[in-house]
Design a protein around this ligand. Structure first.
Ligand SMILES: C[S@@+](CC[C@H](N)C(=O)[O-])C[C@H]1O[C@@H](n2cnc3c(N)ncnc32)[C@H](O)[C@@H]1O
Length: 209
């Protein structure tokens, strides 16, 4: 199954989106040789393990045009870059505390001509401004992430779900969820995607109280 087929199994793509997703592979192969942003054993699984995984969020919520999304600990741009391809009218801010990863994000963004992405070498705790949603994948436990970002989530919601945090996580989350002392919605990605990789993967959603 080629790239477009894997993504188009689940999402309708227009020509521009399809082309951008196709170009991603050569961009990440080139950049990953120089700066390790995705595990080298995973590069042949880029579309399933990184792109489709990131797009789990697009199955959970269709962001409205004008939504502002912050991706904390984006690494080489996950989930921010695939989401920015899928939602061209949504503004994405991608941050990571490691500068060379942001160099890769900026190169990918420029090659794809993604005008809805800005990327900064910055710690999540230091980001200024307000966002409708904060997203992340594989950064740290929920509680510290929530403490970094909860005051950066705007109180006025205009999407189908209240503003909040949407994370991509794996494994047993019982302890992490308990220590949050807030409602945490857990949605298995196997509800959306049939590939076995997603059997243990989840979306976690915390609405701003
Ligand atoms: C395991 S990587 C995941 C990268 C990417 N989200 C992905 O799924 O491919 C975790 C990333 O979080 C970044 N990170 C950790 N703590 C951070 C913080 N306080 N602020 C910004 N980035 C942070 C690290 O530099 C690293 O790039």
């Amino acid at each position: 199954m080629n790239v477009a087929e894997l993504i188009e199994k689940y999402f309708e793509l227009n020509d521009e989106e399809r082309l951008r997703f196709q170009i991603l592979e050569s961009l990440y192969l080139f950049w990953n040789d120089q700066i390790n942003v995705i595990s080298r054993k995973d590069t042949d699984q880029l579309y399933e393990r990184h792109v489709l995984h990131s797009l789990g969020i697009a199955n959970f919520i269709q962001f409205q045009p004008g939504t502002k999304v912050l991706d904390i600990g984006t690494g080489g741009g996950f989930p921010g870059i695939p989401l920015a391809i899928m939602f061209p009218d949504v503004q994405f801010t991608l941050v990571d505390s490691i500068g060379k990863k942001i160099k890769v994000v900026n190169a990918v963004k420029d090659e794809l001509g993604l005008e809805n992405v800005t990327a900064h070498h910055q710690r999540a705790e230091k980001v200024k401004g307000k966002f409708d949603f904060v997203v992340s994948r594989a950064v740290t436990k929920l509680k510290p992430q929530w403490s970094w970002i909860n005051k950066k989530i705007s109180a006025e919601s205009f999407n189908i779900l209240p503003n909040g945090f949407i994370g991509l996580k794996g494994g047993d989350l019982t302890d992490e969820v308990e220590e949050m002392h807030l409602d945490v919605e857990e949605v298995p990605l196997s509800e959306f995607f049939e590939e076995s990789f997603f059997e243990t993967k989840k979306i976690v959603y915390v609405a701003k109280p």
